[in-house]
Ligand binder design. Structure first.
Ligand SMILES: N[C@@H](CCC(=O)N[C@@H](CS)C(=O)NCC(=O)O)C(=O)O
Length: 262
């Protein structure tokens, strides 16, 4: 049986769960101890030197990074394909997935830092939140145009571009951000959320939010050391959170990627 290391809130893990469910491939899920806090160890840490979820274990193969896992799944179980056939359409799907993974994700991650981890004091939180709202509106306008009059971002059928967008828009929805009612994007969200694969994955994600209520105390007590890396760090700084970064570094509640450092 395949084993997927995941956290239900992780949009990257959700991409993989939706793909496996769309293809009808059975898998067991495991949540690594200490994930998000900075002290994972054991079989998960051995499987993924980045110590991030998702990581997929298929027999002797350990695969990490959601995009690479999706490629692996399509290579190993090609039917039903989650990719269109035409090279241009395939490139477009990959672009949408990459934009969501590396730009949009920074915003919902940042909202998590404000709401769950209570970073910053009230006026600063409010200012950053206002920026996040503007940024999300910009992305939603872009997504609406990308979708155009198609039923799916993939084209005629649900596929990789759709499962690459929905976890992020559902995360934004969890913080109260929705596309304009009646827009093409709003119609797409309703259509895609009605699929069993997406519905189950989203329910698991929302159910796990209750566990997030205690995490700000865990940050304060030094148990949680959050990873600020790549696009997330850039987002926090560009959105006005430089003080959050310097304060977190001083209090050691923030870390960078360091697993290859000696
Ligand atoms: N590029 C990776 C990103 C995965 C990632 O950032 N996962 C986060 C959860 S959303 C994680 O596990 N972070 C480790 C940590 O915070 O300790 C992918 O696509 O799988």
């Amino acid at each position: 049986m395949l084993v997927l290391y995941e956290h239900p809130l992780s949009p990257y893990a959700q991409k993989v769960k939706i793909a496996l469910r769309e293809k009808g491939i059975a898998f067991d899920v495991r949540m690594p101890e200490g994930i998000g806090a900075g002290h994972t160890k054991g079989a998960f840490a051995d499987a993924n030197p980045r110590r991030e979820v998702p990581a997929l274990i298929d027999g002797d193969a350990a695969i990490f990074d959601s995009t690479i896992i999706l490629e692996y799944i399509d290579d190993k179980w090609p039917e039903p394909s989650l990719m269109p056939n035409a090279p241009e359409a395939r490139a477009r799907v990959r672009q949408i997935e990459d934009v969501m993974d590396t730009h949009f994700e920074a915003i919902t991650w940042g909202l998590g830092e404000l709401h769950f981890f209570k970073r910053g004091d009230e006026p600063l939180r409010e200012a950053i939140e206002a920026k996040a709202g503007q940024q999300i509106a910009g992305f939603m306008a872009w997504l609406d145009a990308e979708l155009g009059d198609s039923d799916f971002f993939n084209g005629l059928e649900f596929g990789r571009a759709d499962l690459g967008v929905i976890p992020y828009l559902n995360a934004a929805d969890g913080f109260g951000y929705k596309p304009t009612a009646g827009s093409r994007l709003a119609g797409w969200i309703a259509r895609v959320n009605a699929r069993d694969s997406v519905k189950q994955t989203d329910q698991e994600s929302r159910a796990s939010i209750t566990g997030m209520e205690q995490v700000s105390a865990a940050v304060e007590s030094g148990l949680f050391k959050r990873q600020y890396r790549d696009h997330r760090l850039e987002w926090m700084i560009k959105s006005g959170g430089m003080d959050i970064v310097t304060d977190g570094l001083a209090r050691q509640t923030i870390r960078f990627t360091d697993h290859w450092d000696t």
